[in-house]
Design a protein around this ligand. Structure first.
Ligand code: PHE
Length: 456
């Protein structure tokens, strides 16, 4: 095989920050709180943690490894053979599915990132701290203004594209290094504040007391989907990151760190947001607007609320931006490697397609208001269908593909010669991805189908 000529991450810290930047995004704050809200809290959170450990971690190792061994994008990786390429490989369809999922997710992710830009502007204009303003309604007004959302999403796409077009090293690494640690600091600070709110004890019970009777029928598949989404799995994004890793990087320890930190950050986001929701007596199951309804209210009563509000949304924006960069990068590497495009042309192609998709979901609260599936508008349909159904399918295929790769290649990546533990862990990981991951996912799927049939 001819490994493609790629850049690598300069430093280990740079990789962490970029991989965590990819994993840590709107999924942890915006999506985690809204799906936990609609799925009834504690029991859902427990399911989510279980799926992160049983599925997310082994799959994250598999994705990074697939990228690192093949040094290709997800479609190229599925054509890989130790002795060359197999362009007719049937596995490549999984790659196509992953890329479609990336496009759809990017389509609405850019819209929600645009919402964050709007909230930065509102924060700067003092709307959160103005006693006459009602910050909890800013999001409702925004959601009904489709063209403003398209404009904001467009601005976000331009930011993302300009970073991606400059290439991996200067673009992603430099930028993740600065903002991720800062954001973590702010989130932790606000969590401490939230714990002293009057609604805190109710919120903690809601989040951590597993009441299985409150689980919604689709909770299992949603928890699985969210565990994959939040770790950026099933899109090929981590395959692309893996392909940029230096040879000496030990994948399992990096993966444990990324998955662990991402989960802690999600839980922090829950502990940050739900006390506000319960203190306001708001509806915890109110859907995608939850974060945007609750957070601004916090800043009104906070000392230095104006500045904390601005800093929070600026950092949230950087989290959204770094995750968008990862999604973009996965798609751009595909156009560069497989379609032989230049980086600039590839970035332009991805931007154009994303703009069109973003317009669809931006208009879901106005022009396309009547396109609904039950309670859900276009944005939610794009969000839930892709995440709950496509990601698990790609994941099963991916682990089966990695299971069939040459033993020696995997062992080289996994086993750290200095430690005996990793020899044992290697065989546990192999069994997990070959049997456990596919069987759990298939069981969840069957369960979900049965539930759907009985419900209709
Ligand atoms: N994991 C990111 C989040 O939680 C979303 C994402 C998915 C980013 C896929 C990159 C690739 O927000």
């Amino acid at each position: 095989m001819q490994p493609s000529n790629r850049g690598t991450f300069k430093s280990r810290f740079g990789f962490y920050m970029a991989a965590i930047g990819s994993a840590f995004g709107l999924g942890n704050l915006w999506r985690f709180s809204y799906v936990t809200g609609i799925n009834g809290g504690g029991a859902f959170v427990l399911l989510y943690i279980f799926f992160v450990g049983a599925i997310g971690l082994p799959v994250l190792i598999s994705e990074l490894m697939l990228g690192k061994i093949t040094r290709r994008n997800i479609i190229g990786a599925f054509k890989w053979k130790p002795w060359g390429q197999n362009p007719k490989s049937r596995w490549r369809w999984l790659g196509v599915l992953a890329l479609l999922a990336s496009f759809v997710v990017l389509g609405y992710y850019t819209v929600v990132s645009g919402w964050v830009i709007h909230f930065i502007v509102q924060a700067v204009m003092g709307q959160f701290t103005n006693p006459d303003a009602m910050p909890e309604y800013i999001i409702d007004r925004l959601m009904s203004r489709g063209y403003l959302q398209i404009l904001l999403a467009g601005v976000h796409i331009i930011f993302t594209a300009s970073i991606v077009s400059r290439g991996i090293q200067e673009g992603i690494e430099r930028f993740s290094r600065v903002f991720m640690p800062l954001f973590m600091l702010i989130v932790v600070g606000l969590v401490v504040h939230s714990l002293f709110l009057p609604g805190a004890s109710e919120a903690l019970r809601f989040l951590f007391y597993p009441d299985f009777s409150k689980l919604s029928a689709s909770a299992a598949i949603e928890a699985l989907g969210h565990a994959l989404f939040t770790l950026s799995l099933g899109f090929g994004a981590m395959v692309a990151y893996g392909s940029y890793l230096k040879p000496e990087v030990h994948i399992p320890s990096e993966a444990v760190l990324v998955a662990g930190l991402d989960t802690i950050l999600s839980l922090c986001a829950g502990v940050l947001i739900f006390p506000i929701v319960f203190t306001m007596h708001a509806d915890s199951g109110s859907g995608p607007a939850l974060l945007f309804k609750s957070m601004p209210v916090l800043f009104r009563h906070l000392p230095l609320g104006y500045w904390v509000g601005v800093a929070f949304f600026v950092c949230l924006y950087f989290a959204a931006l770094s995750a968008s960069i990862a999604l973009f990068e996965g798609l751009v590497t595909y156009f560069i490697d497989e379609q032989k495009m230049k980086r600039t042309a590839a970035t332009l192609t991805v931007s154009t397609i994303t703009c069109i998709l973003a317009a669809g979901s931006a208009l879901s609260g106005s022009l396309f208001k009547n396109i609904r599936l039950g309670e859900r508008g276009i944005l939610e349909i794009m969000d839930q269908v892709i995440i709950n159904w496509t990601l698990p399918v790609v994941t099963v295929g991916l682990v089966l593909f990695v299971s069939r790769m040459r033993e020696k290649d995997k062992e080289d990546q996994f086993v750290d010669q200095k430690s005996l533990v990793s020899v044992r862990m290697f065989s546990t990981w192999k069994t997990t991805i070959k049997y456990l991951v596919p069987s759990i996912i298939i069981l969840v799927f069957i369960f979900q189908l049965i539930v759907n049939i009985f419900r209709s």
